[in-house]
Design a protein around this ligand. Sequence first.
Ligand code: HEC
Ligand code: HEC
Length: 292
Amino acid sequence: MARKAQRLSFVGVLIVAVASSLGAQEAHVGNLTGHADAGKKLYKRFCIGCHGERGDGVGDNAPFLEPKPRDFTAATFKCRSTLTGNLPTDEDLYKSVVRGFNTSAMPSWAPLTAQTKIDLVAYIKSFSPRWHDEKPADVLKIPTETPVTIESISHGGELFQKLECWKCHGQEGRGDGPSASTLTDSKDQPIRPYNFTGGGRFKCGAENEDLYRIFMTGVDGTPMPSFNDVIKPVDAWDLVHYLRTLQKTRKSRENEVLKAAGGKLLPPKPEEKKPEDPAKEPENKGAGNGRK
Ligand code: HEC
Ligand code: HEC
């Protein structure tokens, strides 16, 4: 009797321990709090067929899908407001679930209630210990958008060349650059660069701010790099404005400005004077400095 009771209470402790370790996984967006234990049932109902029981991306439908469903145990995510290599924020995941992934089988789950979606996010986080081990990462700061001018678009075009975006995305942004056919993702699956000319929504959002964020934070798990260490914030807006003109059929401010300029980019400016270049400084100081 006593032994049985002891064993029962041991089982009880185990259940409490497991439940609380699951329950401990939470997700927060605004004033919503998601709970992994509630998310588990929802995941079985809505997500398991693609992402798999263990969250490893090998659900029953996975063999038929291209690109493959995300492996939550690896915790590498494409759409992040955080810098490359980091976990996304809860809000990033929540938005991904709402948005769905264009040009993939991942549907938009917008019709589910907000509580359902946040519970699902909490459960997804229970598949990787990274969520326990890592501190919240820095979020990319996005300065106010600069005006859309032909100068800005033209400079963005220069950056597209200089930073070799064309090697993957192609000179006209068709996703057919010289490297395009050779690319694979972190799971050794072939992956195509985004085709801008289709004018479709990006996987990670539809607004100019999303576009800015995508190339600054990179698409982790794919060959699409992060350019945050390479591009200055004002230059990044120029690149955004140029990329919009690759979406030729899309109605946009950028396409209007380009059309008004006769459809042509300005020629590249000659090397800009660098203020810290001492050789050029005296020129601005009027006559009498002994130089012509
Ligand atoms: C029909 C298959 C399918 C179903 C059902 C499905 N997904 Fe996905 N999901 C995918 C695919 C495919 C991808 C990868 C898309 C890509 O890489 O472009 C993905 C990616 C994701 C990502 C990755 C986000 C990122 O930034 O990398 C999250 C989060 C996600 N799914 C959550 C869910 C949740 C939650 C459910 C259930 C409510 C769900 N998915 C149901 C196919 C599915
Ligand atoms: C080494 C190849 C490579 C280079 C270089 C590259 N990209 Fe990409 N890019 C990709 C791939 C591959 C994808 C598709 C990722 C996916 O679908 O998950 C992509 C996707 C994108 C997307 C769309 C992401 C989305 O949410 O759908 C944008 C925007 C983008 N790249 C911009 C750029 C810009 C701007 C540059 C240059 C500054 C650049 N890329 C350089 C390979 C590259």
